[in-house]
Design a protein around this ligand. Structure first.
Ligand code: ADP
Length: 544
C-alpha cells in the first residue's frame, strides 16, 4: 500500500477511534459526576437519619433530667449523694432568684469538684446567663479567651471557651461550653419558686450513651453500612466510627452534616467507596456496548477497505503487466515494419512512392516511441529499469532524433533550427537521452505545430550539458507547469483536445532524466513552451 494511502487509512481508523474513546471518556466522567452527586444526596439523607436517631436519645435523656427540677428543696448532702450515685450526673446545682448559687454553696465546705465547677460557672457568669433565660449568645460575658463556638478557635486552648445556650427558653434547656478537653453539657430548668436547677452532665457517660445509640463499630457482617460514617468533635477528632469501607488518607467525605443541638459542635461525615463495589459493566453498562459496536464496525470497515484497496492494486498491476506484455509483443513486428520500409524506400524512385514510405516510417517511429514510453513507465512502476552508462556525443543523439522527425515536421511546415554546441562526450544512457529528446520534439510536433517553429539548442559548460527544446505553440499555462509532469495528466483545451496521447510522455522523460543524474524542467518563457534538459558530464559521478 502507498505510504500516503496508508496514512489516510490509519487516520480514517484512528480518528473515529479517538472520537469514540473521547466520547466514552467524557460520558464516563459525566456519569461519575452524576453518581457522585447521587451518592452525596443519599449519604446526606443517611446522616440526617442518624442525627434524628440521636435526637430521640437526647429527648429520652431530657425526660430523665427533668426529674431534677425540684432539687432546690433537698439538702446539700442529698444532692451530693445523687451526684455520686447517678451515672449521667457529674454535678447538680441550684441558683436562687437573685443569681446566687445555693448549691454548691458559695461559702462553706466544698469538694474539689464543686470548687472547680463554681470557678468555671463564675467565668461563664452562669447565674446571670441562666437568669436571662440562657440567652447568652455570642455576647455572653464569658471569661478570658472567649471565642465563637464551632470556629475551631477553641482547639487546644485551655479552660474556658464560650458559653452558649442551645435549646433556649426561659424555662430551661441545654447549655454547652468549651473547655480544653472539649465540649461540656448542662441541662437546666426553672423551678416553680423562680430558682434555676441544673445538672452538669458527665461527659464520658453522655458520650457513651450517644455512641450506644449508634450502630456497632464492628459491623463487618452487615451490608447496610458498606460505607464509613465518622463522628467528629469540635476539634475534628474522631469520637466514633463504623462501616466496612476504609477511606484513604486525606480522602474527602461525600457528605458532612452538623448534628442538632446540643451536639451542634459535632459532625457526622460519610465516606463512600465510589470506585469499586459495582462492576465496570454495571456502571458503564449502557456505554460499553455502543463503544464496542463502534470499534467492531471500524475494524470491519478497515478490513473491508484494506481488502478492496489490495484488490484495486492487484487489478492495476495486472493491467500494467498486460499493457507491458502487449507493448513488448508489438515491438518486434514494428521493428520489422520499419526495417523493411527503410529497404523499400532505398529501392523506391523519387516521387509519390518515396513520400508514402516516409509517412509509413514516421508513423511507425511514433508508434515505437509510444511503446517505449509505455514499457519504461511500466518498468518504473516496478522499479525495474536501470541506466546503461556509456560515452555518448549529445549532439549526435540530437541530430539523430531530429532526423527521425524530419518528414513529420516538414509535413507540418515546421521550421527546425538546430544550434548544437555540445560536441564533447558525456557518460550517460544513450537510449534514455534519445527517449527524452524524442518525447519533447514529439510534443512540440503534436501541440505546437501552429507556431511553425522548433528550436533545439545544446551547450556545455561547468560540468553540465544543457539541451533546450523551444517552440512557438500555445505554451503551458502557469497553473499547469508542475502538473504536466504527473503521469496521465493531460491539459484539456481547444488546441490539445483531439491530439492523441496517454499523458505519460513528460512523466517518463522526467524520470529518465533523473535516472541519469540530470533534470528536466519547463522554463519560464513568454510564448510557446521551452523545456530544458540538464545532464551531468558523468552520470556515474566519475570524472571523464
Ligand atoms: P501526452 O502528450 O501523451 O498527452 P505528455 O506527458 O507528453 O502526455 O504531456 C502532457 C501534456 O502537456 C499534454 O497533454 C499537453 O497538453 C501538454 N504539453 C506537452 N508539451 C507541450 C508543448 N510543447 N506545448 C503545449 N503543450 C504541451
Amino acid at each position: 500500500m502507498k505510504k500516503s494511502l496508508l496514512i489516510v487509512f490509519l487516520l480514517l481508523v484512528i480518528a473515529p477511534l479517538g472520537v469514540i474513546s473521547w466520547l466514552s471518556y467524557s460520558n464516563i466522567a459525566r456519569e461519575r459526576a452524576v453518581s457522585a452527586e447521587r451518592y452525596a444526596i443519599l449519604a446526606r439523607k443517611q446522616l440526617e437519619q442518624i442525627d434524628r436517631l440521636l435526637q430521640v436519645r437526647i429527648r429520652e435523656l431530657e425526660a430523665r433530667l427533668r426529674e431534677y427540677s425540684d432539687i432546690y428543696a433537698l439538702e446539700a448532702e442529698e444532692l451530693r449523694r445523687i451526684a455520686r450515685n447517678t451515672r449521667i450526673v457529674d454535678q447538680l446545682f441550684v441558683i436562687d432568684d437573685e443569681h446566687r448559687f445555693v448549691f454548691p454553696p458559695e461559702s462553706g465546705e466544698l469538694s474539689a469538684r464543686e470548687a472547680e465547677f463554681l470557678e468555671t460557672a463564675g467565668r461563664l457568669e452562669l447565674p446571670l446567663v441562666l437568669g436571662n433565660g440562657g440567652a447568652a449568645g455570642a455576647s455572653a460575658p464569658g471569661a478570658g479567651g472567649v471565642s465563637g463556638p464551632d470556629t475551631g478557635a477553641e482547639r487546644g486552648q485551655t479552660v474556658t471557651g464560650m458559653a452558649r445556650n442551645d435549646t433556649a427558653g426561659a424555662g430551661g434547656g441545654w447549655y454547652t461550653w468549651f473547655m480544653d478537653e472539649g465540649v461540656h453539657f448542662l441541662y437546666w430548668q426553672m423551678a416553680e419558686n423562680g430558682y434555676r436547677t441544673g445538672v452538669v452532665i458527665d461527659r464520658i457517660a453522655f458520650i457513651s450513651d450517644i455512641i450506644a445509640a449508634l450502630p456497632d463499630s464492628d459491623f463487618t457482617e452487615s451490608t447496610v453500612y458498606e460505607d464509613r460514617i465518622v463522628m467528629t468533635d469540635a476539634r475534628g477528632d474522631v469520637l466514633y466510627q463504623w462501616g466496612l469501607y476504609s477511606p484513604g488518607d486525606g480522602e474527602t467525605p461525600v457528605a458532612a452534616v452538623a448534628l442538632s443541638q446540643p451536639l451542634g459542635s459535632w459532625r457526622l461525615l460519610s465516606y463512600v467507596d465510589t470506585g469499586s463495589g459495582t462492576s465496570l459493566s454495571s456502571r458503564y453498562g449502557a456505554l460499553l456496548p455502543g463503544a464496542a459496536a463502534g470499534v467492531i464496525i471500524l475494524i470491519l470497515l478497515s478490513v473491508y477497505f484494506y481488502r478492496e484497496n489490495k484488490k484495486i492494486v492487484e487489478d492495476a498491476l495486472q493491467k500494467v503487466s498486460f499493457v507491458n506484455q502487449v507493448s513488448h509483443e508489438l515491438r518486434t513486428p514494428l521493428t520489422n515494419i520499419r526495417l523493411y520500409t527503410e529497404l523499400l524506400k532505398e529501392r523506391a524512385s523519387e516521387g509519390k512512392d518515396r513520400r508514402q514510405l516516409d509517412i509509413v516510417l514516421s508513423e511507425s517511429t511514433r508508434l515505437s516511441r509510444m511503446i517505449a514510453n509505455v514499457l519504461t513507465f511500466a518498468r518504473s512502476e516496478k522499479n525495474g529499469y536501470e541506466a546503461n552508462p556509456a560515452r555518448v556525443a549529445v549532439d549526435d543523439v540530437i541530430r539523430k532524433v531530429v532526423e527521425s522527425f524530419a518528414v513529420s515536421l516538414e509535413s507540418k511546415s515546421m521550421q527546425v533550427v538546430l544550434s548544437c554546441n555540445a560536441p564533447g562526450p558525456v557518460v550517460t544512457d544513450r537510449d534514455f537521452l534519445e527517449q527524452i529528446v524524442s518525447n519533447l520534439i514529439g510534443n512540440a510536433e503534436k501541440y505546437a505545430a501552429s507556431g511553425k517553429y522548433l528550436e533545439i539548442a545544446s551547450s556545455q559548460d561547468g560540468g553540465l550539458t544543457r539541451i533546450f527544446v523551444k517552440d512557438r505553440g500555445p505554451g503551458i499555462p502557469a497553473r499547469e507547469r508542475t502538473r504536466i509532469f504527473e503521469p496521465f495528466y493531460r491539459i484539456s483545451n481547444k488546441l490539445t483536445d483531439g491530439v492523441s496521447g496517454a499523458g505519460i510522455g513528460l512523466a517518463v522523460s522526467k524520470m529518465l532524466a533523473e535516472k541519469i543524474g540530470g533534470k528536466l524542467s519547463l522554463e519560464r518563457d513568454g510564448g510557446g513552451a521551452v523545456f530544458k534538459i540538464e545532464l551531468p558530464d558523468d552520470m556515474t559521478g566519475e570524472t571523464t
